[in-house]
Design a protein around this ligand. Structure first.
Ligand code: C2O
Ligand code: CU
Ligand code: CU
Length: 466
């Protein structure tokens, strides 16, 4: 059977020829949430931790009694988490034990160009590649994932993604929930066949209806009556998510951080949208619920057929140890000055050829699209010209975090008022942000972070010089 996915193009504009499949049944909320393990360094010096990872095929335990073939970092579906203090250097030695060239990108990392995982800077099967991350940036939730040109969507889909957390002293002093009460949650969608194998078809968005949390389908998570910090990350290729708390959708979550770390101030919310590539951190206070209450985390993306109840919190007992707080002031935004350079960018698909274009072009690693000066404050106006069909795009900038000025002239709210590296640009709208490249010179990409679009070369390149 072949699904008819909106005619010529799939839901997000990608060409689609997708078979319908039926995933193995899962008893909802019968298995515990897993937390990706924190990777230990293979050696450390006074200022550096060295880690080793093997990028390799493995089998994941997603459906009871079945083994799912996946691609992994170190055999783990949801790669191991790297945790580091701000200012402490990390070196990661990756061995490619897959059958294809790969590149590892640290999304949200301020890293030298040679370690950014440029799409054509891949390393071959059998090769070892060392990435060097200075971590001279404030505490934030980053993630690492594959970025091999034209293959990043499929590689991420098959499992090549993991968390990378930077912590700092300023943040520690705020006494937000920490330790076991600081929980990373990676959300992704997938299509499975009857044997529990991943099905990947470019443009197969509508068929990817199973949503996994840290690699499991509809897990439960046992919580005490206290505050928890959750680091929400959407690694779906094309699917945007929006979270509600509780079956009636009225539970309060307090947003405290976005892509680049802490917000200036906490923002209470009952609906928390998270687009692919974005991180949104929330604090949930479970003292509001009696022991025995089951609190559902609901994906409220209307119209799509994805899993709705994605995770269940089971409130089990009092916590006498909760001294965590959410202070009224978190971290003021850095003052990056007044922009003196303006750039206009446009996402637009060429309907005749089905080509995904950024400023009318597909990615060419030999072409420089923007010449940027180090230390100059810039204004970027990013427009989405895909009106019919209405296709969303998702702007992602490597290397720097930006501050959104407005959407179509309207100031932004919630987590969008913080430091960002990824932002959704809905059909027909313009997002304006300011940014200053302060760290490194060299060539970096920016692209649509609906990864099927970037895999089809909706990507461009900037060169930063002094
Ligand atoms: Cu999350 Cu260029 O990538
Ligand atoms: Cu990135
Ligand atoms: Cu796009």
């Amino acid at each position: 059977r072949v699904l008819d996915l909106a005619g010529k193009h799939g839901h997000r504009g990608a060409p689609a020829l997708v078979s319908a499949t039926v995933a193995p049944a899962v008893t909802p909320f019968s298995r515990a949430l897993t937390i990706p393990p924190v990777l230990s360094p293979v050696r450390s010096t006074t200022d550096t931790d060295v880690y080793r990872m093997a990028i390799k095929p493995a089998q994941a335990d997603i459906f009871p009694g079945l083994k799912t073939d996946v691609l992994t970092y170190n055999g783990l579906f949801t790669g191991p988490t790297i945790k580091v203090r701000s200012g402490r250097r990390v070196v990661v030695e990756h061995t490619n034990a897959t059958g294809e060239p790969v590149a590892v990108h640290l999304h949200g990392g301020h890293v030298p160009a040679a370690s950014d995982g440029f799409p054509t800077d891949t390393f071959d099967p059998g090769a070892v590649r060392t990435y060097d991350y200075p971590n001279r940036q404030p505490g934030a939730t980053l993630w690492y994932h594959d970025h091999a040109h034209h293959k990043e969507a499929e590689h991420v889909y098959r499992g090549l993604a993991g968390f990378y957390m930077i912590k700092d002293d300023y943040e520690d002093r705020l006494e937000l929930p920490s330790g076991a009460h600081d929980v990373p949650l990676m959300f992704r969608d997938a299509q499975f066949d009857e044997q529990g194998q991943l099905v990947y078809a470019m443009g197969g968005f509508r068929a990817r209806t199973t949503i996994l949390v840290n690699g499991r389908v509809q897990p439960y998570f046992r919580v005490k009556r206290r505050k928890y910090r959750f680091r929400l990350l959407n690694t779906c290729l094309d699917r945007d998510l929006a979270f509600l708390l509780g079956a009636d959708g009225t539970g309060e979550m307090v947003q405290i951080a976005s892509d680049g770390g802490l917000l200036p101030a906490p923002v209470p919310a009952t609906r928390v949208p998270v687009w692919p590539g974005e991180r949104v951190e929330v604090v949930i206070d479970f003292t509001r619920y009696a022991t025995g209450t089951q609190v559902m985390l609901v994906n409220d993306r209307g119209g799509d057929q994805g899993t709705r109840e994605v995770l269940r919190f089971d409130v089990a007992g009092d916590a006498d140890d909760d001294e965590s707080v959410v202070p009224d002031v978190l971290r003021p935004l850095p003052d990056i000055g007044t922009p003196t350079v303006t750039r206009d960018l446009a996402f637009k698909m060429d309907l005749a050829t089905g080509t995904f274009l950024l400023d009318g072009k597909t990615f060419d690693p030999a072409r420089i699209d923007q010449h940027v000066k180090l230390g100059v404050t810039e204004l970027w106006r990013v427009r989405n010209d895909d009106l019919r069909p209405a296709i969303p795009h998702n702007m992602h900038l490597h290397l720097a975090h930006f501050q959104i000025v407005d959407r179509d002239g309207v100031p932004v709210t919630g987590h969008e008022a913080g430091l960002k590296d990824t932002v959704t640009v809905p059909s027909g709208s313009t997002v304006t942000f300011k940014v200053r490249f302060d760290d490194y010179t060299g060539r970096y990409v920016y692209h649509c972070h609906l990864l099927e679009h970037s895999s089809m070369a909706m990507m461009a390149q900037m060169e930063i010089t002094t």
